[in-house]
Design a protein around this ligand. Structure first.
Ligand SMILES: [Zn+2]
Length: 158
């Protein structure tokens, strides 16, 4: 008897760059958010590269990040390519991680049909979804109210 089938992942599947980002993809497959950090200036960065974008040092290391952050900004997408079109509307967002890195995501745990309910500054946590054999994609999920305590306030009707 075969194990139950997972739902098919119908969105574009990343082609992991294992030369500069191997630890990121390995960590994702283990449910861990890995980021590169500079040994000279101690600052993290993303996307992964071979030179620190802050001080140009080549002395880098990988560390496990908290996976926690806040919504920096977002936009609601009414159309999408491929499998994403089946999920419209959905919200894309930039996430400010506790480690000082900004990453892009499709935001989960929000109602994209009601943008006024999505808060700038809302706390988020990373989660990983299997896209293909050995390939896991990071997404961020809103896990609580933002600084305003829920929603962007009254709808302005604009
Ligand atoms: Zn540096």
């Amino acid at each position: 008897m075969s194990p139950p089938e997972e739902p098919a992942y119908t969105r574009p599947i990343p082609d992991p760059d294992t030369i500069t980002a191997g630890p990121f993809w390995q960590g994702a497959s283990e449910g861990r958010l890995m980021l590169p950090r500079c040994l000279q200036c101690s600052r993290a960065h993303f996307y992964p590269r071979t030179i620190c974008p802050h001080c140009h040092s080549r002395e880098l290391e990988w560390f496990e990040a908290s996976g926690e952050g806040t919504v920096h900004t977002f936009a609601v997408q009414q159309r999408g390519l491929g499998g994403w079109n089946d999920e419209t509307p959905f919200a894309t967002a930039f996430i400010d991680l506790r480690e000082g890195v900004r990453m892009m995501t499709v935001l989960r745990g929000v109602d994209a049909s009601d943008p006024a309910s999505i808060e700038i500054g809302a706390p988020v946590r990373v989660e990983f979804e299997r896209a293909a054999e050995g390939v896991f994609v990071a997404f961020w999920r809103v896990v609580g109210p933002g600084p305003a305590g829920g929603g962007q306030g009254e709808a302005t009707g604009c």
